[in-house]
Design a protein around this ligand. Structure first.
Ligand SMILES: *[C@@H]1O[C@H](CO)[C@@H](O)[C@H](O)[C@H]1NC(C)=O
Ligand SMILES: *[C@@H]1O[C@H](CO)[C@@H](O)[C@H](O)[C@H]1NC(C)=O
Ligand SMILES: *[C@@H]1O[C@H](CO)[C@@H](O)[C@H](O)[C@H]1NC(C)=O
Ligand SMILES: *[C@@H]1O[C@H](CO)[C@@H](O)[C@H](O)[C@H]1NC(C)=O
Ligand SMILES: *[C@@H]1O[C@H](CO)[C@@H](O)[C@H](O)[C@H]1NC(C)=O
Length: 468
């Protein structure tokens, strides 16, 4: 797998270096010559940058309208041209690699005993890209390499353009929703960024504005973070709950005493599968081979893409949310999920995806309400770049004044529901008996979009009703 990444990167370098007409899409994410010239001029002028001081957390804030935010993304997706789409595929590729890597890290270092994982490659990559936007060297170079697109030389034109990356992330989010009807809430994807600062921290305006494409909405709020850090954590949780109305349960704790900025990303997904209804009674779900629980389940029949990988001991069912967006359900034949995770959530995913073929299926799966929260700083502390988002980071484009990033939180809220418009029969009646696919023991799932080829969420479910 690593080899493949290296081959791709070498291929990119070779193509650009030899000045051939074909330009690899990564090229679309770096600065162009005219932007580079512009940047040089700005540097020479050393203008004082505008800053802003966030309003206090208790200031009145109107509640979030997720459907309206979704409609904006749907409209945006309709304006994308061919180059934007290419860019979204490049970013999709980079964020998948980051997601797979972080998934592995979590499994090795930070999972609870039951092995449950839920992460958003889009959220993690967007957080890295946000820090990239706020960084200067050497941090910027290291972050660029960590994001999977190392500089090919020292020239400005081989540096990622943070604005292009963040705009491409907006396109990626828009593509998931592009086929949705406006005003409908059957599929929602909302990204909220919270910048919680101590009262005297000045944020650079260009940084805060630069986050706009990645986040559906950004809240910059100030509060006393240090007198009573646990109370500060509670206040932030209460604020997010109040503005979003999300059923959020995880708590923000352990803010260190010298913190002046907390960077928090919340990704909310809600998906209703067409033609699937909730069963009247809760059904048995085996948490492990000795313990069972009773959970609400969804069920329905349809023609889904399916593949039984007899060599690697898993089967995949691809359930559509719309023409481009899918839920991939990965069911193991035995209980060696770890081995399957490596194959399913790895660089070679396209191998098993291309084997999927239509099959009449009777599908039963748990109704999911999953929540996870990870501190990326502590995740990265297990890598070769422990200080990348922490003490060693040069982040002068976020703020010049006593900046101390205390936490970089990534929270995911994932909800999978029954069809909203009642049950429609998805399959034309035929004589063939349907294949029974019942997810009643630990399984993996992913949310995938065809155009960007991006994975929005990766998860290992061990208990459908518990957070991760
Ligand atoms: C260079 O990039 C900037 C910013 O993305 C864009 O506005 C401009 O049109 C580009 N110039 C060329 C020559 O491609
Ligand atoms: C099964 O899960 C239960 C509840 O999480 C746990 O107490 C038990 O130790 C697990 N058993 C095995 C064999 O992992
Ligand atoms: C239950 O699972 C554990 C761990 O996965 C395994 O070692 C054990 O053999 C299993 N027991 C049965 C009865 O299948
Ligand atoms: C998938 O393959 C496994 C291993 O060969 C087999 O045990 C299982 O019955 C197959 N499942 C289906 C639905 O064909
Ligand atoms: C698949 O399962 C079979 C039987 O349990 C086992 O012999 C084989 O090693 C497994 N294959 C992989 C790739 O894990």
């Amino acid at each position: 797998m690593l080899l493949r990444v290296i081959v791709i990167l070498l291929g990119w370098t070779a193509l650009v270096a030899s000045d051939r007409v074909y330009v690899h899409p990564f090229y679309l994410l770096t600065y162009n010559q005219s932007t580079c010239d512009e940047l040089k001029k700005v540097d020479a002028e050393t203008t004082k940058e505008q800053t802003l001081t966030p309003v206090p957390i208790q200031a009145k804030t109107s509640p979030l309208d997720e459907v309206a935010l979704k409609d904006q993304l749907v409209s945006y997706a309709q304006t994308l041209d061919a180059e934007d789409k290419k860019r979204s595929t490049s970013v999709g590729m980079l964020l998948n690699l980051v997601g797979f890597r972080m998934y592995k890290m979590l499994r090795e270092k930070a999972t609870p005993a039951n092995g449950a994982i839920l992460l958003s490659p889009v959220g993690l990559f967007g957080t890295l890209a946000s820090f990239y936007l706020g960084s200067e060297d050497p941090t910027a170079t290291k972050l660029q390499a960590f994001m999977g697109a190392p500089e090919k030389d020292q020239r400005c034109t081989s540096r990622l353009d943070g604005q292009k990356v963040l705009s491409a992330l907006k396109a990626v989010q828009g593509l998931l929703l592009a086929q949705e009807k406006k005003g409908s809430s059957s599929l929602l994807l909302t990204t909220v960024v919270g910048l919680f600062t101590s009262p005297n921290l000045h944020l650079k305006q260009s940084f805060v504005q630069g986050l706009a494409p990645f986040a559906s909405i950004t809240y910059s709020r100030s509060l006393d973070l240090t007198t009573n850090p646990d109370l500060a954590g509670e206040k932030i949780d209460r604020f997010i709950k109040a503005v979003t109305g999300w059923p959020k349960n995880t708590q923000l704790t352990g803010i260190s005493l010298d913190t002046t900025l907390l960077f928090t990303t919340y990704m909310h997904f809600q998906g209703a599968i067409k033609g699937i209804s909730q069963l009247a009674k809760p059904q048995v779900f085996w948490v492990n081979n000795t313990t069972r629980t009773s959970v609400p389940m969804l069920s329905g029949m349809g023609i889904f893409l399916y593949w039984n990988d007899t060599k690697n001991n898993f089967s995949v069912t691809q359930v559509p949310f719309n023409e481009n967006a899918f839920l991939l359900l990965i069911k193991p034949h035995n209980d060696n999920l770890e081995k399957i995770e490596n194959i399913a959530f790895g660089q070679d995913f396209s191998h098993w995806m291309k084997n999927l073929s239509p099959r009449k299926i009777h599908l039963t799966l748990p109704k999911l309400v999953q929540e996870s929260t990870y501190d990326m700083q502590s995740l990265l502390s297990n890598t070769k770049l422990p200080g990348l988002l922490g003490d060693e980071a040069k982040l002068s484009k976020i703020s010049d004044t006593n900046l101390k990033v205390g936490k970089v939180m990534n929270t995911v809220l994932f909800e999978l529901k029954e069809s909203q418009g009642g049950q429609e029969d998805l399959f034309q009646s035929s004589e063939v008996a349907p294949l029974e696919v019942k997810l009643d023991s630990p399984f993996l799932f992913a949310v995938y979009e065809k155009k960007s080829r991006a994975f929005y969420f990766l998860s290992h479910v061990t208990n459908p009703l518990n957070g991760v």
